[in-house]
Design a protein. Structure first.
Length: 173
């Protein structure tokens, strides 16, 4: 038993620890810049049109492209739950299909639950973060993420800041 414990201590003593931090700016809604407010308003309108009969969790997304176009989308649920799609990916995939050579520069998301806008910021799920990171890599441009609630807005300069240990094509080589 002493040998196993000693070996474990030896292994653990060589352990290195990494610290990962993310930076998110927090604002009151009235403090947000006008360009961001426009995206938040469009995302909120899109959330009202979401198809969410199972969860009643309606998400809206509004993204701005490098060419100035604004694309809006919302979540689309399905009785076969994995078949649904989040608002962020609906917006991004439409943007990529319509404007395949144009980068996304900003994305705002909001949510409504049972007819009421969430007070706090809502964050993209892991699958959406990974898909959006692929867009950042594809175009070599960061996507400004605007996560809005009725009482608090949180903004980060990049999707990769929300998923620092993301999967990339380099793992496939």
């Amino acid at each position: 038993m002493y040998i196993c414990y000693h070996l474990l201590l030896h292994i653990l003593s060589g352990m290195k620890e990494k610290k990962i931090t993310i930076t998110i700016q927090e604002y009151l809604p009235e403090e947000v810049y006008d360009n961001d407010k426009i995206l938040i308003e469009k995302a909120t309108l899109a959330a009202h049109n979401a198809y969410a009969p199972y969860s009643s969790f309606c998400v809206g997304a509004a993204l701005k492209l490098d060419n100035g176009e604004i694309i809006v989308a919302n979540n689309q649920e399905n009785a076969a739950f994995p078949s649904g799609m989040c608002a962020e990916r609906v917006a991004m995939y439409y943007a990529n299909a319509r404007y395949p050579d144009t980068a996304i520069v900003a994305l705002a998301i909001t949510a409504i639950k049972d007819g009421k806008e969430l007070e706090t910021a809502v964050y993209p799920c892991g699958a959406c973060r990974q898909a959006l990171i692929e867009s950042e890599i594809r175009f070599g441009k960061k996507i400004r993420m605007i996560m809005a609630g009725s009482q608090k807005v949180e903004i980060t300069s990049s999707v990769s800041g929300l998923l620092p240990l993301h999967f990339t094509a380099s793992f496939l080589k």
